[in-house]
Design a protein around this ligand. Structure first.
Ligand SMILES: Cc1ncc(COP(=O)(O)O)c(C=O)c1O
Length: 395
């Protein structure tokens, strides 16, 4: 039998500490390894598989599109991208869309758009204020935007134009704003940085400050968007509307696609100022259209609200039982559990042995991001496994 993990070490760049598991198949909320062993998936491709693995709706849309038209250049009109753009605009507060291929690329484009806005309307202002512990992607500029030294240090000097300030603190945004500031860019809830929820009035205060200064508010909804938090977009829960919003992850339910959305007044690109060879590719757009249509038509966000609360309540019960669980936080199906010591990797490995995939968010925290179609029985199953694993650690 092929030793895939050995081959990976031989041929692959060493960028990720992989879980020792080779997955070969997925269906709904489950995946299978090369030995045919089944796992309940609470990682969901890092918050990507919104409709689960190989959702028939997405698979059929991709198959049909693959037999019809896979790629043209963006010199031509193609129908899947226009239909998807229309659906996104009709169901959000934004007016215009640009498609790309990933989250980092969407954020790069959003920052370029804000800089164009700064050139045109703010005397050339170009700086973007972002938050500590944020995560906006792996390109050089997005590493500078992401306020996490561990991602920045290996690559200094970083591109200029990003000011990282404390999250959930409006005063530091005010202090950092100068005549060079063109935008504030935030995740409504910080995902990779720890599932950090802001105070209810934080985004309202940031919005008001941006309005007062005439600068743009960019919300990175790459992890929080497309139903993950129990509404189609997280901004709906915080009483604000962004000028620019970025999407990726769950938009294509596993097929790579990113998007920049903007209000009309912020949609200032002119032909040739931005572009992408694959962005808006018919295949990816067909997958995303099928995903979004299904989410809207079946009130998947409603399911996320119900089962998300059920998951959080279940995790809270575990917290009552095990003193070394110090926190449970999150909303919808973006939830973290924190421990008093660095046991997250060993808990994740023990869960794996028992047939449950969970994400080690930090040395002392796990993150749960199952497909949005998950049901209560499956949550019970996951909670049962966690209970057993944590009991083993407690004893
Ligand atoms: C909030 C947020 N923004 C941007 C990104 C980067 O997305 P990608 O990995 O598709 O470039 C991520 C990825 O985790 C993310 O969570």
């Amino acid at each position: 039998m092929t030793n895939w993990q050995e081959l990976e070490h031989k041929y692959f760049m060493n960028t990720v500490e992989r879980v020792p598991l080779t997955l070969v198949r997925g269906e709904g909320t489950r995946v299978w390894d090369e030995d045919g062993r089944e796992y309940l998936d609470f990682v969901g491709g890092w918050g990507v598989n919104s409709l689960g693995h190989c959702s028939p709706v997405v698979a059929e849309a991709v198959a049909e599109q693959a037999h019809t038209l896979i790629q043209t250049s963006n010199q031509f009109y193609t129908t899947p991208q226009i239909r998807l753009a229309e659906l996104l605009v009709q169901n959000s507060c934004l007016d215009k869309v640009f498609f790309c291929n990933s989250g980092a690329e969407a954020n790069e484009g959003a920052v370029k758009l804000a800089r164009r806005y700064g050139k045109l309307h703010l005397n050339g202002a170009y700086e973007v204020i972002t938050a500590m512990n944020s995560f906006h992607g792996r390109t050089l500029a997005m590493v500078a935007a992401s306020g996490q030294p561990k991602f920045q240090q290996p690559y200094v000097p970083l591109p200029v134009g990003f000011i990282n300030v404390e999250y959930n603190n409006i005063e530091v945004i005010k202090t950092a704003t100068t005549k060079e500031t063109c935008a504030v860019m935030l995740e409504p809830v910080q995902g990779e940085g720890g599932v950090n929820l802001p105070d209810d009035n934080y985004l309202i205060a940031v919005r008001a400050w941006c309005d007062q200064r005439g600068i743009l508010l960019i919300l990175d909804e790459i992890q929080t968007g497309i139903g993950r938090m129990g509404t189609l977009f997280a901004y709906e829960q915080y009483g604000v509307e962004p000028d620019i919003m970025t999407l990726a992850k769950g938009l294509g339910s596993g097929v790579p696609i990113g998007a920049i959305l903007a209000k009309d007044r912020a949609s200032v690109f002119t032909p040739g100022e931005h572009g992408s060879t694959f962005g808006g590719n018919p295949l990816a757009c067909a997958a995303a259209y099928a995903t979004l249509r299904f989410i809207l038509d079946n009130d998947i966000a409603g399911n996320v609200r119900r089962v998300g609360q059920y998951l959080i309540t279940g995790l809270e019960s575990l917290r009552q039982k095990f003193q070394f669980i110090t926190d449970v936080r999150g909303r919808g199906l973006l939830v973290a559990m924190e421990f008093s010591s660095d046991i997250a990797w060993s808990v994740a490995m023990a869960c794996l042995d028992s047939g449950l995939l969970v994400n080690r968010l930090k040395p002392n925290a796990l993150r749960f991001m199952p497909p949005l179609i998950i049901c209560r029985d499956e949550i019970d199953e996951a909670l049962g496994i966690l209970d057993k694993v944590l009991s083993g650690i407690a004893s």
